[in-house]
Design a protein around this ligand. Structure first.
Ligand code: SF4
Length: 359
């Protein structure tokens, strides 16, 4: 078996993917051992990204009020989750949040709008905001705005947008189980439209939605076929009121193996640990940095996530390095210096008083 990991790594270093059957074995083979697998996945990660970790911050620019029925999303028309719904934020608000992301050392600022897709008017408004952010900060700008057509893509590309995010989410055959208001073909068309306009694409998946291992492997290869350079791997966050709840499949090991699968099938892509890393990877969270080279801080669209300082500490403790920008050390966002022993959540005596009482 040792040779298998060596060969997987060697092929990934040469840009080759494993076969679908091998990818399936990476994901759920009973004889696959986690640590050698992580080491194999680390090698292409190290080749393309060294020990750097890209930190990204999301801004939910428009929340809720969506006409679509994606079962994993608390912004969907069918979700009864109690979220704060709001229309698109003002340019000044968005700009202030971009500054916060830049000062926190984020290398990318991701604006996310709920909804099926933008009107032309909204696309022009977004283009203006993108120009302002790019002028003000040394940060890459990404946008997630639903389905787009060629005209929208052209306007956004001319404004300087770096990447358009549009996740495939799952396999083609499973797509009907998670969404009924648009199709997989619509999603693929948006990615191809963005590519044709010269926009880099970012597209990933969500696992834990009742999919099979074959579905996960299929998405990994579809993303390779589409030459997607940035792949967020989300782990379903079960939110009360959403149609899709925990399917019981996500253990920390399954999450790590999914990240290894994505890395070994897409060796040079940015693999990003995205929503749900905190709750699903639990004590093994830092091991995600072996296959993945990027993560989000400060939460996701409608849920909280790891804080900047805690996340930076995890990255540094694991021997990796934040790929920051020159503003990283701005006030309020310095990396934690504390190295002394400390019990989280306890400032005082750790012995319970009753233990000291005489019998
Ligand atoms: S994922 Fe996007 S399109 Fe789907 S319900 Fe949520 S906001 Fe709407």
């Amino acid at each position: 078996m040792a040779d298998v990991y060596t060969q997987l790594a060697a092929r990934a270093l040469a840009g080759e993917a494993p076969s679908p059957a091998e990818a399936r074995r990476i994901l759920d083979g009973e004889d696959t051992e986690l640590l050698p697998l992580l080491h194999a996945a680390y090698q292409p990660r190290e080749k393309h990204f060294g020990r750097k970790v890209m930190v990204q911050m999301l801004n939910n620019v428009q929340n809720g009020l969506c006409s679509e029925d994606c079962g994993y999303c608390s912004q969907s028309k069918d979700s009864t989750a109690e979220i704060r719904k709001y229309p698109m934020k003002t340019s000044d608000e968005i700009l202030a949040e971009a500054e916060r992301a830049a000062r926190a050392g984020a290398s990318r600022y991701c604006m996310v709008l709920s909804g099926r897709g933008p009107t032309l008017k909204r696309t022009h408004e977004l283009a203006q905001v993108i120009r302002r952010v790019k002028e003000a900060h040394p940060i890459e700008v990404c946008l997630s705005v639903g389905l787009i057509e060629a005209e929208h893509a052209k306007i956004l590309a001319e404004a300087g947008l770096d990447r358009l995010n549009h996740n495939l989410n799952t396999s083609e055959s499973h797509y009907g189980e998670i969404c009924g208001t648009h199709t997989y073909a619509d999603r693929i068309a948006t990615l191809k439209t963005a590519f044709a306009a010269g926009l880099e694409s970012c597209s990933g998946l969500i696992i834990g939605m009742g999919e099979t291992s074959d579905d996960v492997v299929e998405v990994a290869f579809r993303l390779r076929e589409l030459q997607v350079p940035s792949i967020p791997v989300n782990f379903l966050i079960p939110i009360d009121g959403n149609a899709m709840q925990n399917d019981g499949s996500l253990t920390p090991e399954r999450c790590l193996r999914a990240l290894c699968t994505m890395r070994l099938v897409n060796p040079s892509a940015e693999i990003r640990v995205a929503a749900g890393r905190e709750g699903h990877l639990r004590g093994l969270e830092a091991l995600a940095l072996w296959p993945a080279n990027s993560l989000f801080v400060e939460g996701y669209l409608t849920t909280k996530g790891g804080a900047v300082n805690e996340t930076y500490r995890m990255i540094r403790d694991a021997g990796f390095e934040v790929e920051g920008n020159p503003l990283t050390d701005a006030e309020g966002f310095s990396e934690p210096q504390e190295t002394q022993f400390r019990i989280a959540g306890s400032d005082g005596d750790i012995l319970k008083p009753e233990i000291r009482q005489a019998p």
